[in-house]
Design a binder for this molecule. Sequence first.
Ligand SMILES: CC(C)(COP(=O)(O)OP(=O)(O)OC[C@H]1O[C@@H](n2cnc3c(N)ncnc32)[C@H](O)[C@@H]1OP(=O)(O)O)[C@@H](O)C(=O)NCCC(=O)NCCS
Length: 239
Amino acid sequence: MSTAKTKSKSKAKAKAKNGEKHAETSLQSASSPSTETGAATTAAATGAKGAGAAKSEREPIEPLPVIDYVGYESEHQLQGMMYLIENDLSEPYSIYTYRYFLHQWPKLSFLAMDKEKQTCIGVIVCRLEPHGRSNSNRGYIAMLAVSKEYRKRKIGSTLVLMAIEAMKAGGADEIVLETEYTNQGAIALYQQMGFIKDKRLFRYYLNGVDAFRLKLFCGPGVEGGANVPLNPEHSSSHS
Ligand SMILES: CC(C)(COP(=O)(O)OP(=O)(O)OC[C@H]1O[C@@H](n2cnc3c(N)ncnc32)[C@H](O)[C@@H]1OP(=O)(O)O)[C@@H](O)C(=O)NCCC(=O)NCCS
């Protein structure tokens, strides 16, 4: 009987401390996974996550970084732009490609900067020129990238919106771009802004992947790109 009492007492104690014990065990297991089975390691990882989440609840919440949007000014910004694009786009570009766009259409490229760190965390590079027999003005988005840690905060859409406005001001009748046909994120972003799928381009990229050409009609009387609200936390210092 006493054994049973002791057992039920310890059961109750164990129940009461269950969460804490589980977290402890989980953290131990997580830090020494080699001693555990695969299943135990998975549970440990979950437990460790839970414990981590509880810990972070007590930590002060870091304020979101303030983002400045600036127009391209000179080559002193080029290194940051290239670093970002080289990390995020599959297609390699030479410095001459950057210069081709930036020297001819400097007003059509924009950077998003982490104001505090003064680092370039987003970039868009475009051109605008007559196209086809009708001589309509075609805008082209050549490069768009947002640093991984800053994504999903409307920085990409804000850059696209700024580029659209600049190209429309320059007389664009339409704006096009290509993206890997598997790039769901970019396709969703552009479709949200009014772009439509125009063509599928077979093995368009050097890596053999097909592209979609996306197009936005934006001649006189056509609304486009205006339906995405800018993030109010963002500031813009381009002119
Ligand atoms: C594509 C990219 C620029 C998006 O930048 P971002 O700042 O995260 O985009 P936003 O926060 O403005 O996203 C706007 C919308 O795009 C869509 N979107 C963006 N990233 C997405 C993703 N990974 N999956 C699905 N939809 C996504 C969503 O509809 C999103 O709206 P929501 O936040 O209301 O859901 C960024 O992911 C990136 O740099 N990718 C690598 C480079 C690249 O693919 N460039 C485009 C080549 S054309």
